[in-house]
Design a protein around this ligand. Structure first.
Ligand SMILES: [Zn+2]
Length: 508
């Protein structure tokens, strides 16, 4: 109808008055990143942790404040469609205090143990506590002290209960970190573990005294918590060919998590803000994952909502052309690591195209005149969910609890034989824990990659989303995780994993 003509005319006028923005280029976007803004962002997250009990664990006030901070910053740009994706997961944490004759020892929660508050004699169990005969009569009503080995923690603790024990401590039989589980909920007595060295010290205490009283306090928090991923996609650009960029927003309960992963969070948020000064050809989707530290929960939840697992449109996942992950990019004793997408260093490759993402990062650091080392593509961070879905993935990281090699110290400086991040998952992961030079270079690398793929995916192939391919990828990721679990013993020092989740619990 004719009456519509004036409206169409008015519509035609709008583009002419819209603000002109140049198409993004790597060099222009990289230039905008400054050390000052990265430090400010990290300080903001630290302040949120300190104002809320010292951590930003998922679903906590510190984490909810982090989610709001990110959401508000993205909305303010006007450049993105932003939403908070809610999901519910079980939050578990336990405070454990353990002392023997007044000497305090670090003890660790055995998952599924109940809370308890005991002041009782500690009684050593014979052998490894796998049979009823190992438990001497004095164990009754007291705390059993049991060596790890041969049978599951659940069997040892069940035997202790049958013998009448009020509680149980399992001490490690090897000199490496033990994170144990009773395997599932049950009628357990309060139980915890200690490492090898304190175990030996306690045995000596028991040997030198007739009656040794131990104090065991366990306070378990176990509750369903609602938490949020923040997803922001450019309003413009091709929404059928999307670059996804992610970092996790939660810390462990032990500390503020400013390198892990405040650094990745602020790195991608900073690039997202600067990207708003340009226009893009491919849509860019920034994803801020929650509950990574509890097993990559946010990223897996998100992928399930777009691949049809939870209903909805399964084709949504096929629109993702590549995923870039940034978890710990400013470790104080850093190595500059690039995920080993082609599997050349660790024989664990990603979906086709991952090798291109790796090479592009390597090329960028070469331009900065920086050497890089490969990081094992072990599925230890949120990219695992993307690998499972056949999406080419890449990223950079600077190392977690692994020890820096002499070779790496020669390349990057810092101290050989010392962890890349000595404050990994600890209260000391503060703003002071950041290597600001590595933080800047890695954020520049994010800017370079985002600008490049926002314009052109080049030779990165479209992902293969057939059911068979998906199954293969899921199997591969399981293998990665299994390998990740056994490899520290095999490969020793200098190992970096391309991520921060390490707490795979063992049943025996
Ligand atoms: Zn992390």
């Amino acid at each position: 109808m004719k009456t519509t003509t004036p409206i169409v005319a008015a519509g035609l006028v709008a583009p002419a008055i819209a603000q002109y923005k140049p198409v993004v280029s790597s060099s222009e976007l990289v230039k905008l990143v400054t050390t000052e803004e990265l430090l400010q962002g990290a300080t903001d997250l630290y302040d949120l942790a300190i104002a809320n009990g010292g951590n930003r664990a998922f679903g906590s006030p510190g984490h909810n404040a982090t989610v709001d901070y990110i959401y508000d910053a993205l909305v303010e740009t006007g450049f993105y469609d932003v939403y908070k994706q809610p999901f519910v997961e079980l939050y578990e944490d336990a405070q454990v205090e353990f002392s023997v004759s007044g000497v305090e020892y670090d003890a660790r929660y055995l998952q599924y143990s109940p809370s308890g508050d005991l002041d009782k004699p500690l009684v050593a169990v014979a052998n490894v506590g796998c049979t009823a005969e190992d438990f001497p009569a004095p164990v009754a009503n007291n705390i059993a002290f049991i060596q790890r080995g041969e049978c599951s923690f659940s069997q040892k603790v069940a035997n202790a209960k049958t013998a009448g024990a009020a509680g149980a401590i399992v001490y490690n039989n090897v000199n490496e970190t033990l994170s144990g589980t009773l395997g599932g909920p049950g009628d357990w007595v309060p139980s915890a573990s200690v490492e090898w060295a304190p175990g030996q010290a306690i045995l000596a205490q028991l040997a030198s005294s007739n009656s040794t009283t131990a104090s065991l306090f366990i306070n378990v928090i176990s509750e369903n918590r609602t938490t949020f991923n923040v997803i922001a996609e450019t309003k413009e650009g091709d929404h059928n060919n999307v670059l996804a960029v992610g970092a996790h927003t939660d810390s462990v309960p032990a500390g503020p998590g400013i390198n892990d992963d405040g650094s990745g969070t602020i790195g991608i948020l900073t690039v997202a803000k600067h990207l708003a000064n340009f226009s893009v050809k491919n849509a860019v989707r920034f994803a801020f994952w929650s509950a990574e530290e509890f097993g990559l929960l946010g990223s897996y939840h998100y992928l399930k909502t777009i691949n049809g697992t939870l209903g909805g449109n399964a084709t949504e996942v096929g629109k993702l052309r590549a995923y870039l992950n940034f978890d710990m990019i400013a470790s104080p004793n850093y190595a500059l690591g690039v995920y080993d997408g082609d599997g050349s260093a660790f024989n664990l490759s990603g979906p086709p195209g991952s090798e291109i993402l790796e090479q592009d990062f390597v090329n960028f650091f070469a331009k900065l005149n920086k050497s890089v080392v490969p990081s094992e593509y072990s599925g230890r961070s949120d990219y695992a969910a993307f690998l499972d879905n056949g999406i080419p993935s890449g990223g950079v990281d600077t190392g977690a609890e692994g020890l820096k090699t002499a070779e790496e110290a020669a390349i990057f400086g810092g101290e050989a034989g010392v962890a890349y991040d000595v404050n990994y998952h600890l209260v000391g992961d503060t703003v002071d824990n950041l290597a600001m030079d590595a933080f800047l270079w890695n954020t520049q690398a994010i800017a370079d990659a985002v600008a490049k793929y926002a314009v052109d995916f080049g030779s990165i192939p479209k992902p293969n989303h057939t059911v068979e391919a998906k199954k293969r990828n899921v199997e591969k990721t399981k293998l990665r995780r299994a390998l990740d679990h056994v490899k520290p013993r095999l490969s020793g020092l200098g190992k970096r994993y391309g991520g921060c989740v390490h707490d795979v619990k063992t049943e025996l």
